[in-house]
Design a protein around this ligand. Sequence first.
Ligand SMILES: [Zn+2]
Length: 448
Amino acid sequence: MIFQGATILSMGPGAEPLQGDLRVVDGRIAEIAPAILHAGSAEERIDARGCIIMPGLVQAHVHLCQTLFRNMADDMELLDWLRRRIWPFEAWHDAESMAVSARLGLWELIAGGTTAILDMGSVRHTDELFAAAEDSGIRYVGGKCLMDHDDGQVPAGLLEDAAAGLAESRRLIERWQGAADGRIGYALAPRFAVSCSDACLEGVAALARERGVGIHTHASENLGEIAEVKRRSGRDNVRHLDACGLLGPRSVLAHCIHLQDGEAELLRDRGAHVAHCPSSNMKLASGFARVPELLELGVNVALGADGAPCNNRLDAFREMQLAGLIHKPRYGPRALPARRVLEMATLGGARALGLDREIGSLEPGKSADLIVLAPTAPDQVVAGSPEAAVVFSLGREAVRDVMVAGRFLKRDFQLLTIAADRVVAGARKAWARLARAFPDLAEESRDA
Ligand SMILES: [Zn+2]
């Protein structure tokens, strides 16, 4: 098939925006050129005049398991947010609510132009997340959350002995790594150093090496978190993760806001990736990651919306806009221009997921993971820089088509792989059960 007449932001090395056509053959990008000769009536033509075609957005840090809890944990800082709300909620999940939480999140992500995610599950019901991702057609790397350290504030339903958590991770790797023609991958997910013993972290490092899978964790999001790790280990947080063997070219650390002396260089030296989540970082009052400095050092930085209860939407466009805005007051107006932000949201994400040879840019031979943006309102008609348009003026409502590996997941603004009415019905049922389990929630929200 040929997409015709678009502005193409290929994000290939050094590539400028191009006016032209893009051909997809057998799920891969075959050709990009100012005008592609049509192969005959058997080849489908898709009118993309006035549209922007670009690589699908990659979010390198999300929590599908939390989507049901949107708007239920506002105005709190991280450790309170986790202990008073998110952990009790995650412990409450059964298989059915986990599946609906995942589908609700996938619906929002795909509709909004996200084609690949790195997801952190909860401790239990991880198969539900993988199954939902497989059905949805998204490109998915995920893994069950590991939490084996009891500081007296973790609900019993989430605590798990390190050996049991690693054994379950191993089972999940066997079941899901490489599933759906390679569209599904596994990443081991120790929650953060506060929740994990050294034995757990060291076990993760060993299993990741043995099975060739990635590692996905949170790091240095909050000063209280860093103080707690220091008290237990005597080390700064990122140094502690490194001492346990967790930093390497397949490691993704979400946030990295409060890096201590030398830790940014350590990330660079190990080839570890950072997932920048600006909306979450502001809403939890966590702070501003020093992203321009990390990029300058040569650390790969990707973007992510984190979980729905901390931002409160899984919107890659909003993360791009915020990433493009929030660093300018500190670093000046030239910090993170639109092109750089787009790279973080596409190739940067692909690198973090270990998939940059396959996705992240539109180049012949790569998988056809792409989105088509069609301005639908007069204020969205694109003039000037298309890169600035995507980052600063368009939003997710402009996402007309979403394709992963040559398959449409959304076309002409219609979602094709998720039955929205069934997801809404399932979510309503789960919310009713949640309200019965947490009857004080409404009252507590007012007091918080
Ligand atoms: Zn997170």
